[in-house]
Ligand binder design. Structure first.
Ligand code: FE
Length: 236
């Protein structure tokens, strides 16, 4: 068998194994959500090509790899072989968190967005950050100072019952446990580089023309109903 044939055979074997593993989770797989708008609808702030790649390749990849990791964990239990468990747990946290954050990010934006929130969300932002301007400045700065790949997020912290701004490293690390992301900024290079190159802060500023405050307010209301039964907080 020459090298080309061997490579093709290896790829075929790999793909067949992946397909059979994915069949194992076919009953309840994670799925890539449709966008509520066209790829080009967020222009000029985010180019259609970025949206197409970001949703169709990057996010789709996290969904596929979440399903694959779930299948591999099922296989590990079935064969009682936990030798790769730490790597699989890391892959699950990374890919599933990537899926969750991107799903929120798409909903957080809308073609006719921007402005500022009102009602209970606006009051909570004032109470937690001092003012909308200070919140906007802090969240943009949180995104700009990510080292490497990560996210900035507005999070409901249910123990202390307050909003916090946080950095999320990669997709899964550095988030206080129990915190619920309400509004997120993708600070990975794939989110902006084709259009903004090294000017990532210009991209983060542009996002303020797109925020869907109705969506963020709905998440805030839903998160406020969460009780982790953890003592020691504002109401504990
Ligand atoms: Fe992304």
């Amino acid at each position: 068998m020459n090298r080309k044939t061997a490579t093709r055979a290896f790829r075929r074997k790999h793909i067949t194994r992946e397909t059979s593993l994915l069949k194992a989770v076919s009953a309840r797989p994670y799925t890539l959500p449709e966008l509520d708008y066209d790829f080009g609808a967020l222009e000029p702030h985010i180019s259609g090509r970025i949206m197409e790649l970001h949703h169709g390749k990057h996010h789709a990849g996290y969904v596929k790899n979440t399903n694959l990791t779930i299948a591999q964990l099922e296989e590990a239990r079935a064969t009682d072989d936990f030798t790769r468990l730490a790597a699989l747990e890391h892959a699950l946290a990374f890919n599933l968190s990537g899926h969750v954050l991107h799903s929120i990010f798409w909903k957080n934006m809308t073609p006719k967005g921007g402005g500022r929130p009102d009602g209970a969300l606006a009051r909570a932002i004032d109470a937690s950050f001092g003012s909308f301007e200070k919140f906007r400045r802090q969240l943009t700065e949180v995104a700009s100072t990510i080292m490497g790949s990560g996210w900035a997020a507005l999070v409901w912290e249910p123990v202390g019952e307050r909003l916090i701004a946080t950095q999320i490293h990669d997709h899964q690390s550095n988030l206080a446990q129990g915190g619920v992301p309400l509004m997120v900024i993708d600070a990975w290079e794939h989110a902006y580089y084709l259009q903004y190159q090294n000017q990532k802060t210009v991209f983060f500023e542009a996002l303020w023309h797109l925020w869907n405050w109705k969506d963020v307010a709905e998440r805030f209301a839903a998160a406020g109903r969460l009780d982790l039964l953890v003592p020691g907080g504002a109401s504990g």
